[in-house]
Design a protein around this ligand. Structure first.
Ligand SMILES: C[S@@+](CC[C@H](N)C(=O)[O-])C[C@H]1O[C@@H](n2cnc3c(N)ncnc32)[C@H](O)[C@@H]1O
Length: 447
């Protein structure tokens, strides 16, 4: 460490670099520091804990030059470059601690330090390289060992450099991918481009106490939905019944089953179905038995062919109970889920509710239907979309929850309401009901 030296601006050397040349990041920087007695290190360390130099692979407490007379008794304490430009930048408290521990004010200087690529964070590197008129890489998602970027077109020339830097700099990251289209495939997965690291899309993510393994290139997974999954799961009680119409790889369904709900989970994507079944096994342990019924079909068919019959069974079993289990139907396909709501309209006829001479008492399910809203009045927009999908006014008490902002002026919302008899049960034309027909036959047609 020298006492003088010039700092050269890194940006001047590397700005606009498109192919990563790590050697170009070597530079000499000026770092403020004070010389302190080894005996006082503990106290000064405590005093400057938050304001010491923080750079990867550099120790803030350094040895003095060997030819310094105090080499054996003193150390150099390196401080934050942005905080201390002159001695006046020390607070009165800091000055007091320094005086108490015999720190020579003249030892405060800018010390020259040679740094390399290894001493920079990914942010330092990209700030130095990317054109100053760009906003940088923006936010990114991490899914296990994968970093998922959504780069703007103006960073196209830099995308492979960005990939390489993130793999270099973030210890847990082995793969960097970029979204290449908007999410418009049926299965809500993205087209992906590998920017850096290994081409391995099979990853594992923890959420709400469960593990979810997946091929990220083939299924839908969004780490930003963890809170929403938790919100719904917190509404469930053991023995509740959950029908997840677009279940993906199970972020609602598996924790619901872990909570001892009875779960039916469906997804149209065969890959999601495969990973859903895999994750059921993955999360089954001595403590938690995950047991759910998985289906791979269109959501509408799932309601008509599976849920309809199963819900009738549950009504038969629990309809007369004073506190029957709650029934939840989850519809998380925000781009089009409201269009599926009409499947509930007249799903049952009054004759479906007749069993052994008695009328089955229905337990009305609660719907959680997701949508995207773009208007100023998102709540109204969400309610209107749901009403349009249901093709009739929403039952009283419908509420709207704002899940998250997904893009400028675009929010994901969840419309929640309990279905009612007049939506779910079709009042048959009396003269055509099977019962009336049977009566007609029994009485020779005279009724
Ligand atoms: C936005 S993702 C939600 C997945 C999961 N529920 C979650 O919260 O992460 C929507 C899911 O709907 C599935 N999907 C798309 N069209 C469908 C349909 N017609 N019927 C059932 N599932 C469908 C996709 O494969 C995808 O897994």
């Amino acid at each position: 460490m020298e006492l003088t030296g010039t700092s050269n601006s890194l940006g001047e050397k590397v700005r606009g670099m498109t192919k990563l040349d790590r050697s170009m990041f070597t530079q000499t920087i000026q770092v403020p520091g004070i010389i302190v007695n080894i005996k006082s290190l503990k106290h000064l360390n405590k005093c400057f804990k938050k304001s010491m130099l923080k750079m990867p692979n550099i120790k803030a407490i350094a040895d003095l030059e060997t030819d310094n007379l105090c080499f054996k008794t003193h150390k150099l304490l390196l401080l934050d470059r942005n905080q201390y430009k002159s001695f006046d930048d020390f607070s009165e408290d800091e000055k007091g601690v320094m005086t108490a521990h015999d720190v020579d004010p003249n030892s405060f200087k800018m010390y020259s330090l040679e740094t390399t690529y290894d001493n920079l964070t990914w942010d330092d590197v990209l700030k130095a390289v990317l054109p100053t008129d760009t906003d940088g890489v923006g936010g990114f998602s991490t899914i296990g060992h994968i970093v998922h970027l959504n780069l703007k077109d103006n960073l196209n020339d830099y995308k492979f450099l960005i990939g390489e830097v993130l793999v270099d700099k973030i210890k847990t990251v082995k793969t960097v991918i970029n979204k290449t289209n908007t999410i418009d495939t049926t299965f809500r997965n993205f087209s992906l481009e590998l920017l850096g690291g290994e081409d391995n899309m099979i990853t594992i993510n923890k959420e709400n106490g469960c593990s979810f393994e997946m091929d990220f290139s083939k299924v839908y997974w969004n780490p930003k939905l963890g809170n929403e999954h938790a919100r719904i799961i917190s509404q469930l009680s053991p023995s509740d019944i959950v029908y997840d119409m677009m279940a993906g790889i199970g972020p609602f369904a598996i924790p619901a089953s872990r909570k001892q709900c009875i779960v039916f989970a469906n997804d149209l994507n065969p890959e999601s179905f495969k990973w859903l079944e895999h994750n059921v096994k993955l999360n089954t342990s001595k403590k938690y038995k995950i047991d759910l019924n998985a289906y791979n079909m269109d959501g509408r068919d799932f309601i008509r062919n599976i849920v309809k019959m199963d819900m009738l069974k549950k009504w038969k079993k629990h309809g007369e109970e004073i506190a029957p289990p709650n029934i939840h139907i989850i519809m998380n396909l925000p781009a089009i889920a409201t269009q599926f709501l009409d499947v509930f309209k007249g799903l049952y006829t009054t004759s479906d509710l007749q069993a052994e001479g008695a009328t089955i008492k229905p337990i009305m399910p609660t719907i959680h239907c997701y949508c995207f809203c773009k208007s100023e009045d998102q709540e109204n927009e969400a309610l209107e979309m749901a009403e349009l999908g249901l093709r009739m006014p929403l039952p009283e008490g419908a509420t709207v929850h704002n899940v998250r902002n997904v893009a400028p002026k675009k929010d994901m919302m969840c419309v929640e309401f309990r279905l009612t008899d007049n939506v779910l049960i079709c009042q048959e034309d009396e003269t055509n009901s099977p019962q009336r027909k049977k009566m007609r036959t029994d009485t020779g047609g005279d009724i």
